[in-house]
Write a protein that binds this ligand. Sequence first.
Ligand code: LLP
Length: 385
Amino acid sequence: MIKGIFPTEKFKAFETPFYYYDMALLRDTLDTIRRETDGKPFHIHYAIKANANPEILRLIASYGFGADCVSGNEILRALECGFSANKIAFAGVGKTDREIEIGLDNDIFCFNVESMAELEVLNDLAKARGKKAPVALRINPNVDAHTHRYITTGLNENKFGINEQDLPAVLRMIADGGHINLIGMHFHIGSQITDLSSFEDLCVKVLELREWFHTQGITLPVINVGGGLGINYQHPNHCPMADFESYFRLFDKYLKLEEDQTLHFELGRSIVAPCGSLITRVIFVKEGIKKRFLIVDAGMTELIRPALYQAFHHIENISSDKPLTPYDVVGPVCESSDVFARDFTLNESQRGDLIAIRSAGAYGETMASTYNCRIIPSSRFSDKL
Ligand code: LLP
């Protein structure tokens, strides 16, 4: 079994659990994205929700990428960490007045508007400021992302986006309101998408809608296809990077842009998931009746993905090279769902060993909670040990 390279000796001195970020891998990933989009009218807005750690954000911002935010506080965090306001897209089905005002007052790039009710409020708040709000309509494309149902967003049954049949009414509302500047359309079909044909389906839909807008005499300079590119959770050492080449090539091939049209992406997971690991210590090895449990000091409070989405994360014992043996790796939280993996083969483990739960850089630290009065985990960076 190939293992990741971790500075185990240094880790021994640290209190666990903590998130460890391989900053060289993150840089490699950002370089790759830059290379794959170079010379194309493609713009990346990093989805802050995936990981809002200031160190991570500063590095991503230093590449000149924009941000995709889903709350007023995410906008403020993005600005603090060096993202330009004119590259911030603001999405979300439930933006409060205060959050909309943060966007307006900072002159962000675009509001991804998800309903007529939101459009009306945005128009009024922009009017009160004597401004025009830049808007991309989030349209529900009814495209199946073939991913876990909790992270599918682009189907008619989901709460996200405006339905196609409402578009004529939306356009009337924009014309009547006078304080909306319609610049684009926005889509996001789901997350952890590994079957790229779902993105082909999305492209077909986008072209269809672009035609419809043309029939209304409208040309939209911005097309935003959201995020969703998946990573390989099974083999983090063999496949440490998402397939950006195929991903961007697909959009280049299937979504021919018009002159002055730009294509926007809101990638989160594919940028930050591989570089993060949750480092935890074995508290006890417990012999069950049919099982052997490895009880570690991290739980669903630090990484909720396995409990919430039955997500798979590769696990390694980075202190042991003894023979392999199966364990149920579980946390200390008082919930039966506090399980990282069942019957997972690890090097034989003992109390005090350090365990790395891999590919946890996205939706790990940001989704941590204080349930059971636990403490939000700290973070460490490979270039600052
Ligand atoms: N844009 C919008 C409008 C989104 O809702 C999302 C993610 C993204 C972009 C970024 O998608 P990504 O490239 O990261 O797939 N907590 C779940 C994932 C929730 C995704 C929510 N929306 C998980 O741990 O799998």
